[in-house]
Design a protein around this ligand. Structure first.
Ligand code: F0G
Length: 344
């Protein structure tokens, strides 16, 4: 059967109202990539769920197909979200597809180039807020309570419905849930969705390792972070809207929420790229957390099946790489110069 997107494939598992009008970019169906070198190193069976291969380059498309389909189906003319970038690009694309207006609020100066460009390319009205993601989220919540504009952040329950499909896909591919699922946590919609998805699908339950950046780790600190800071701008969030649910999911699964430094995140990004998978910094947090837990012996890896969710593509944030590497060397366009440089 030709692939027709997530609502078509898993709609019978999703709690979407009858008025839902499917808007799809054939999202989902992302690969579960085996990582033989990392598996050997950690003595486990490790896979990357590469969500960067969704239509707009992040996992957000899973929840956006469902949220926009519901909103448009009930007649919404305008959708709005706060975003660290990926939600903005995804909302913009699905709104464009549906022919409705998209407004996105982003924290000033803190959104990676590939995300901002995406939101603009898809035709969203992009507004920078002199404040954090948390401030932007408070604003969009208020405006959607007072006007008919539809909210498409993951507070919207239909976002969660769509994002459950990643858990379904993993179970379908592996035949059952993995032993561990490691993923970054920002506003905490995704970990909430995975846990709901695994519970509903009844193919076993993984232990969850949710990973925050140390400078934006309210769920590890047990309190809101007023000025979150991390190189992983996607998860630069101090007051996660679904924080309670994330903590409950981690606890129920006998897993945990941990924090890693920016250095650990960048190191994990490099390790993934060395095995052929380039992800944006936030997306490497899951692996960074797994490596940190393994190093202190808390994670019993041996013989386990582990899925690390890489939420967004490396191309979203080219500056992280470009800024930290020397520009490629320049030589005259001659064979002698080439041979002289690379040796033979
Ligand atoms: N990874 C990436 C690449 C993200 O963009 C986000 C969230 C997360 C992980 C965390 O997911 O919020 O469900 O816990 N990005 C949001 C955005 C906040 O606006 O794009 P979460």
């Amino acid at each position: 059967m030709t692939y027709q997107g997530l609502i078509q494939r898993y709609g019978h598992f999703l709690d979407l109202p009858a008025h839902t009008k499917t808007i799809s970019l054939l999202e989902g169906n992302t690969p579960l990539i085996p990582m033989p070198r990392l598996s050997a190193e950690l003595d486990c069976e490790l896979f990357i769920k590469f969500e960067g291969l969704n239509p707009t380059g992040s996992f957000k498309d899973r929840g956006m197909t469902s949220a926009i389909s519901e909103a448009v189906g009930r007649g919404a003319q305008t959708v709005i979200c706060a975003s660290t970038g990926n939600t903005a690009a995804s909302a913009a694309a699905y709104a464009a597809r549906a022919g409705v207006r998209a407004i996105v609020l982003i924290p000033e100066g803190k959104v990676a180039a590939g995300k901002l460009a995406g939101a603009i390319a898809y035709g969203a009205e992009v507004i920078q807020i002199q404040g954090s993601f948390d401030d932007a989220l408070a604003l969009v919540v208020e405006i959607t309570q007072k006007t008919p504009i539809a909210l498409v952040n993951s507070i919207n329950p239909f976002r969660i419905e769509g994002q459950k499909t990643a858990a379904f896909e993993i179970c379908d591919e592996l035949g059952s849930a993995p032993d561990w699922l490691c993923l970054p946590v920002g506003n905490a919609g995704n970990i909430t969705s995975y846990w709901a998805g695994f519970k509903q699908y009844q193919k076993g339950l993984p232990q969850l390792l949710g990973v925050q950046a140390a400078g934006a780790a309210p769920l590890v600190l047990g309190q809101a972070v007023e000025k979150p800071e991390t190189i992983a701008t996607a998860i630069r969030i101090g007051r996660p809207a679904r924080g309670e649910q994330a903590l409950a999911a981690a606890q129920e699964s006998n897993g945990k929420i941990s924090a890693v430094s920016d250095e650990q995140i960048l190191a994990a990004q490099k390790i993934l790229a060395e095995e052929g998978v380039w992800v944006e910094p936030a997306s490497a947090a899951g692996l960074a957390g797994l490596l940190a837990e393994s190093a202190v012996g808390k994670f019993e890896a041996r013989g386990r099946r582990v899925v690390v969710v890489c939420t967004g593509h490396g191309m979203k944030d080219p500056a992280i790489i470009a800024d930290s590497f020397a520009a490629p060397r320049i030589i005259p366009a001659s064979y002698a110069a080439l041979l002289g440089l690379i040796g033979a």
